[in-house]
Design a protein around this ligand. Structure first.
Ligand SMILES: [Zn+2]
Length: 126
């Protein structure tokens, strides 16, 4: 990605604590933010409008999300502990970035950001 990527601390905390709360089920959150020529900022999370707890990311109907240009991507958890996207995750990629948090969801070392190709992206927590 050709932009600097920033994620607010509160967003990281919400993703980790929501994943802990739903474990061993998968958690899914929409990532909201702003984008300009030089940077992408994630500053809010939102429950998907038709979230069913326990539905896995791969079974989630992302295609039926309303078009909302403040949604920059989706965060979901991997109760298995794998900190990388699966082939299905990449097929279901929605938005500009994907955040995955892996069990035990304790800190940002259990969280990673990926692009559409599944390559890890550098980001700064602000
Ligand atoms: Zn996944």
């Amino acid at each position: 990605m050709d932009k600097e990527l920033f994620v607010e601390r509160a967003v990281v905390d919400s993703i980790l604590s929501y994943a802990q709360m739903l474990h061993p089920r998968e958690s899914i959150l929409l990532l909201r933010g702003t984008v300009d020529k030089h940077k992408l900022l994630i500053n809010d999370t939102q429950l998907p409008p038709f979230a069913t707890h326990g539905k896995s990311f791969s079974a989630f109907p992302l295609h039926s999300l309303p078009i909302d240009f403040s949604v920059m991507g989706v965060a979901h958890s991997h109760p298995s502990g794998a900190l990388r996207p699966s082939a299905t995750d990449l097929n279901k990629f929605y938005g500009r970035i994907m955040i995955i948090t892996a069990y035990p969801y304790q800190s940002e070392s259990n969280l990673a950001v990926f692009d559409r190709q599944g390559s890890p992206l550098k980001y700064k927590i602000i």
